[in-house]
Design a protein. Structure first.
Length: 191
């Protein structure tokens, strides 16, 4: 498995193979992500094995979530692993690459939001296992706090947010061996 930044060569593979996962994304999702990456708005990482799409995630440098944006905390967003490749460490590897990218950009924390319905159970457990802690600001719907007595729609936009302090040099040897890919470099990852 290799993790690379989204690029013109792999964007077509991602578009076509993601369509076969049973999940939906807006039309030209990966092409639009590449445009946003080129503009500096985000970094988009893709896990591939040979020419097979395994999953992806992205770092949004200026989160829509107020607690992150107010403190300059980038947000890991849209973590997806193809169902048949789950529980093989791909999601963890994608998150660790995001952590290193943020650290290399001088960030000392990184955040992530997670949905609340059962489809997100594995993600909730993974984030806790990787050291992410609740940020303590409660449930949000579409990045806005849900207040007492409100009844938000129970969908992908209903989230809790987690945050993690990124290890400072020497604090986390498990992160020290993970390189951050440049736009033309890939990182081989053991399965």
């Amino acid at each position: 498995m290799n993790i690379t930044k989204l690029n013109p060569e792999n964007v077509i593979v991602c578009e076509s193979q993601f369509a076969n996962t049973g999940y939906s994304k807006p039309l030209n999702y990966f092409h639009l992500a590449l445009t946003r990456q080129i503009s500096g708005e985000l970094e988009f990482f893709v896990a591939m094995d040979d020419n097979n799409y395994l999953g992806h995630t992205r770092i949004i440098w200026n989160s829509k979530y107020k607690n992150f944006s107010d403190h300059g905390v980038p947000e890991i967003s849209d973590l997806n692993v193809v169902p048949k490749y789950r529980n093989q460490g791909i999601g963890s590897a994608l998150i660790k690459v995001c952590e290193m990218e943020a650290k290399n950009k001088g960030k000392n924390s990184i955040g992530i939001g997670v949905g609340l319905y059962p489809d997100y159970n594995n993600a909730q457990r993974l984030y806790s296992k990787l050291g992410y802690l609740l940020d303590g600001n409660g449930v949000h719907y579409n990045y806005n706090p849900v207040m007492y007595g409100e009844t938000p729609k129970f969908d992908d936009n209903l989230n809790l947010f987690f945050i993690k302090r990124i290890a400072i040099q020497g604090d986390a040897p498990e992160l020290a061996n993970i390189a951050t890919p440049s736009s033309q470099q890939s990182i081989p990852m053991a399965r």
